[in-house]
Each structure stands twice: as C-alpha cells, then as structure tokens.
Ligand binder design. Structure first.
Ligand SMILES: Cc1cc2nc3c(=O)[nH]c(=O)nc-3n(C[C@H](O)[C@H](O)[C@H](O)COP(=O)(O)OP(=O)(O)OC[C@H]3O[C@@H](n4cnc5c(N)ncnc54)[C@H](O)[C@@H]3O)c2cc1C
Length: 572
C-alpha cells in the first residue's frame, strides 16, 4: 500500500517518510551550473516578461534562448542528448525559472512534464531513438493533446477518432482545445478513440508537419498569457503504426501515468513562484511606512509573511518528497502526487492574494508584478486535473483500498471455519486496527526519530492518522459503494489526508533540518510546529463534520438556487 493509502488505514509508514530525502549528487552537479545559467538568462529578460504578458506571446528568439540553455532536455537521458535530471532535479529547475516568469516555466514544463513524458515512460527503443535527441535539443517541442470541447475532467469521453487502414496506419480526426505549446510544438502526444477494441483510447505521437495537422489562434487568456495555448486539429492525418505509444487501447492508462508523473513539475513551479512572492512582500513591508512605522512592524502584516513562509516550506516539503518517491521507483505514488499538486497550487494562490494585499493599492496597479502573479497562478488549480476532481481521487483511492481490506475481512470470517490459519491472520490485522482506533494502544510510533521540540506535532499526526482511519471506516460502513456519490464527505476525507501527508513531510524535513546549526534549523522546527497546530484545527473540524454537518441543507439549497437559476432574494 502507498504511504497515503496506509495512512487512511491507520498506519504511518515511517521508512517512506524519514529521513527526509536529499537531492542526488549527480543532480547537484548539473543543477549548480544550470541554475546559474537560468538566473543570468532570465534576469536579462526581466523587463520583457511584463510586455510579453500584455502582448500574449514569447518571441521566437527567446524560445531559441531556452533551447540553447538546454531547458528542453532536462529529463531526457544523457545517451539521447539530454541532461538526465531526476524528477527532483527537474522540479528544482522549474522552481528556479518560475521565480522569473510562469509562462516561461509552462513552456518548458508542458514540453517535459506532459508533452514528451509518454515517450519516456512508454516509448520503444526505436521511438526513443527517433525522437528524444530532437526533443532534448529543442529542435522539436512537445505538447500533450487530451482535452476536447466535450471532454475536460471526463477525459475518457474524448471523441477524436483513429481508424486503422489496411496498411496498418491510422487515420486521425478530431479537435483538441487549450493545448499548451499548441502553436509552437512539433510533436504532439494525442489521445484518440480507436474504432476497434470496443472504442478504447490509444495514444499516438503525431508530428505537427504531417498533412492534416493544424493549430488555431493563440488563446487570449487571463494568466500565463505569454505561453502558447491553442486548439490543435487533425483532419485525416495519417499516423504510421510505429507511432502508437504503448499498445492500442492503453491510451487512458498512458494519459494518467503521464499526468501523475508530471505533477512535481507543476508543484516545483508553484514553490518557485511563492519564493518570489515572499521576497516581494518582504521588500514591500519593510519599505512602506504608515502611521510612522514600516508596515512590517504590524502583527497583521507579519502574520501574512510568516504564513507564506509556513506554506511555502510545506509545499516544498511535499513536492520534493513525492519527487523522491518517483525517482526511487515507487510503483504507487499517484495519490501522493495529487496531494502535492492540490496543496502547492492552492498555497501559491493564497500567497499571491496576501502579497498583493500587503502592497494594497500599489499591488492593484499593473506596473507592479502582483496582479500578474494573481492571474498567472490561477490556472494551477484548473489544469492537469482540477483540484475538485483530484480531491475526489485522493479520497476514493484510499477508501477503495480500505474497502478491499473490509471485503477481505468478510472472506476471512468465512474462512475461519474452512482455513483457520489463513482467516486468522486477516482478522488479527483488522482487530488490531480496530483496537488502535479505540484505545490508541499499539499504534505506529514515529516519536523515536523526532526531536523533542516536535513531539507535540508528532502526536497530532499520530492521533489524526487514527481519526482518519476511523472516519474512513465509518463512511464505508455507512454508505458502502455509494460513498462515491457523497462528495461533501469525500472532500473532508481528502482534506484530512492532505493535511496529514503534507504535515508528515514537513515534520520529516524539519527533523532533518533541526540538527543544522543556525537560525534556519530552529525556524524549520517552528514551521513544523505551526503547521501541525493549524492542521490540527482543520482536521478536528473535518472529523467533527463527518457525522454532524449541514450537507443536507446545502444540497437542498443548491437545488433551490439551481432551479431558480439565480439568487432569488432581494431587499424590497
Ligand atoms: C491555460 C490552459 C492550458 C491547458 N493545457 C492543456 C494541455 O496542454 N493539454 C490538455 O490536454 N489540456 C489542457 N488544458 C485543459 C485542462 O486540463 C482542463 O481545463 C481541465 O482538465 C478541466 O476541464 P474543463 O476546463 O473542461 O472543466 P470541467 O471538466 O468542465 O469542470 C468544470 C467544473 O466542474 C468540476 N467537476 C467536473 N467533474 C466533476 C465531478 N465529477 N465532481 C465534482 N466536480 C466536478 C471541475 O472541478 C470544475 O470546477 C488546459 C487548460 C487551460 C485553461
């Protein structure tokens, strides 16, 4: 069971959380030079980013500069001409470019995280040899084509079709929308429904230069305006059979694997953006005087700055823990990756809101960077899986695993009579878990590894791991399979799970940093403590509301407003 699925069953897998992972030496070598080069190149374009945001495009010479820096080959193995960075190293690069501009990061990120990731994960040696060198140099830029007008979150409902001809090639027809890098890409990973195999989805690699492939105009967006977003259309495009990724009918699995694997890029970008926001907010708070003092002396401003630091540390801790799981070859990390995406994407939106609030009127003016930051980060909770859908995924994945163990229990009870030994084991596990819920005795202890200053935080996570398991158990028993339709309850389970997993990542990282000399180590302990107390309040609230809540009233109210079609109360 994955780390988070185990949490939902009441167990903290310490070995997968402690000690906090470090960057690999090989990554460090590459990163040192790469980060310096990024700083130099992007700092020289600092004044251009605002203009490109207004104009809604990055000039071709600038994209060439990104190519020259090697930014399209970050995760491509060295033997194919790339830098061979791990997920953790890659996320670190995106966090650096995001300190300057989100559109730049997205251009690089959409290429690596999703555009050509399918080739890395599922490509045959021949496919890799054919495309990876060109993708590494940036001679080819990649994009990921899943979304359609009628298929957003419900990606399985796509209608783009591929029909196989007698010679084995595929004829592709359909239109994709909102494709990042759509207007500059040379290679698309396209998902289409195949006529055979009962209409299952298949992934294809399609070159932009092939007859019948075209893209629409550059979308006029709220944020990340300089990154290319277009429709991409396929009209009778002939795709050779050797351009199928993985196997026919496996496209949905391919799409989900790409998205899961790519989430740390987005998370790394969010962390970099938050660091810039913290730097801006700090400078502003120190420079701006009101009532005779810098506003940085006022508690309400200090609280915002401290909170931004807590949440940036938390986002960083969870994103790099997940990157480590991927790099270490864990099989099952999709729920953890979803948590890191949800947490980091929401943390940066809070940070952007608060940084603008600290700058207040000045922050509202377009000559300062705050309004662009607010616009740019808004997309993060929408694409690569909306945060609503990811919350449902987080909760349901854990509950499904727990449901399996309850089903096993049912079999075990029957088995006791037929095969006492086999049946006994399962029942004992279950009984122990129940006992843990009731008494807390025998529950997993992580205390041994934690500095004394973090004991309180530790016991909060121990207690709420048990509470989460109890809540999950309760919901499964009450609703059975129909829990899938109980979204209010699922959101509470997801939010508790997010707090627990992010909190444990923070605890692990603070434990490693606590031994370091100087203020940074001490303050990391303070952050872990603050996060744990805040998480405790949120989790306690969620636990209380598992059984006592206003869900029914809210459902009735939603029905009423939806039927009315508007807000039906006016002051007369
Ligand atoms: C700037 C930009 C770049 C993008 N880049 C790409 C790209 O490169 N490649 C690509 O393929 N796509 C891309 N997308 C598409 C993006 O992934 C989708 O917008 C996203 O998947 C959501 O789909 P949707 O917008 O159609 O929203 P919908 O799926 O219509 O959702 C609308 C609302 O309903 C909620 N919702 C949906 N289903 C449920 C449910 N079952 N339960 C509860 N709530 C639900 C959603 O959370 C959301 O709040 C991009 C989009 C944008 C805006």
């Amino acid at each position: 069971m994955s780390v988070v699925k185990s949490l939902m069953a009441g167990r903290i897998i310490e070995d997968d959380l402690f000690p906090y992972p470090k960057l690999a030496d090989k990554d460090r070598e590459v990163l040192g030079m790469m980060i310096e080069a990024i700083d130099q190149f992007l700092a020289s374009h600092q004044s251009d980013f605002k203009r490109w945001d207004r104009e809604g495009a990055q000039p071709a010479e600038f994209i060439q500069g990104l190519r020259d820096l090697g930014l399209f080959g970050l995760i491509i193995p060295e033997e194919h001409g790339g830098l061979g960075l791990s997920n953790a190293g890659y996320a670190r690069v995106l966090s650096q470019s995001s300190r300057y501009d989100s559109s730049v990061s997205l251009t690089i990120g959409a290429h690596s995280s999703i555009g050509m990731k399918g080739l890395l994960l599922f490509g045959t040696p021949e496919q890799r040899a054919r495309y990876l060198p060109k993708l590494a140099s940036g001679e080819m830029i990649a994009a990921f084509c899943l979304t359609e007008a009628g298929a957003g979150s419900d990606a399985a409902s796509i209608r783009t079709r591929a029909e196989q001809s007698a010679d084995g090639s595929w004829i592709l027809n359909g239109e994709k929308i909102w494709i990042t890098n759509g207007g500059i890409a040379d290679l698309y990973t396209v998902f289409a429904r195949t006529a055979s195999e009962a209409g299952k989805i298949t992934a294809f690699m399609v070159e932009a230069a092939w007859p019948g492939v075209s893209h629409g105009h550059h979308e006029d967006k709220m944020g990340i305006r300089a990154s290319s977003t277009t429709t991409v259309s396929f009209l009778d495009v002939k795709v050779p059979p050797q351009n199928v990724l993985d196997a026919e009918g496996k496209g949905f699995k391919v799409a989900m694997a790409i998205l899961n694997n790519g989430r740390t890029g987005l998370g790394g970008g969010a962390v970099g953006g938050m660091k810039t926001l913290i730097a801006l907010a700090t400078q502003q708070a120190l420079a701006r005087k009101q009532f005779g003092e810098p506003i940085a002396t006022y508690g309400l401003i200090r609280e915002k700055i401290a909170q931004m630091a807590v949440e940036c540390f938390a986002a960083e801790s969870v994103v790099w823990m997940v990157a480590h799981y991927i790099d270490a070859g864990f099989d099952d990390y999709s729920v953890e990756a979803a948590i890191s995406k949800v947490y980091a994407s929401e943390a940066i939106q809070r940070a952007a809101y608060e940084a603008l609030q600290i700058a207040a009127g000045a922050g509202f003016m377009r000559n300062l960077p705050y309004e662009q930051a607010v616009r740019d980060c808004r997309i993060l909770s929408i694409f690569e899986g909306t945060n609503e859908v990811l919350r449902l995924y987080i909760a349901l994945s854990g509950l499904k695993e727990l449901g399996k163990s309850l089903a096993e229990l049912r079999t075990a009870v029957d088995e006791i009579f037929n095969n006492p030994i086999k049946g006994f084991g399962v029942l004992t596990d279950y009984a122990e878990r129940r006992l843990t819920h009731v008494t807390g005795v025998g529950r997993d202890k992580i205390v041994g590894k934690i500095p004394s200053a973090l004991r309180e935080a530790t016991s909060i996570y121990e207690k709420y791991t048990v509470e989460l398991a109890k809540a999950s158990d309760f919901l499964l028993r009450k609703y059975g399979k129909s829990i899938a339709g109980r979204q209010h309850a699922l959101k509470r389970v997801a939010d508790m799970t997010i707090d627990l997993f992010v909190g444990l990542c923070v605890l692990s990282r603070a434990t490693s940093l606590a031994t370091e000399a100087g203020d940074a180590g001490k303050r990391a302990v303070g952050i872990a403590h603050a996060f744990a107390r805040q998480a405790k309040r949120r989790m306690a609230n969620n636990v209380r509301r598992i059984e006592r809540n206003e869900d029914e009233e809210m459902e009735l109210l939603a029905g009423f407003v939806l039927d009315s079609g508007s807000y039906p109360w006016d002051i007369d």
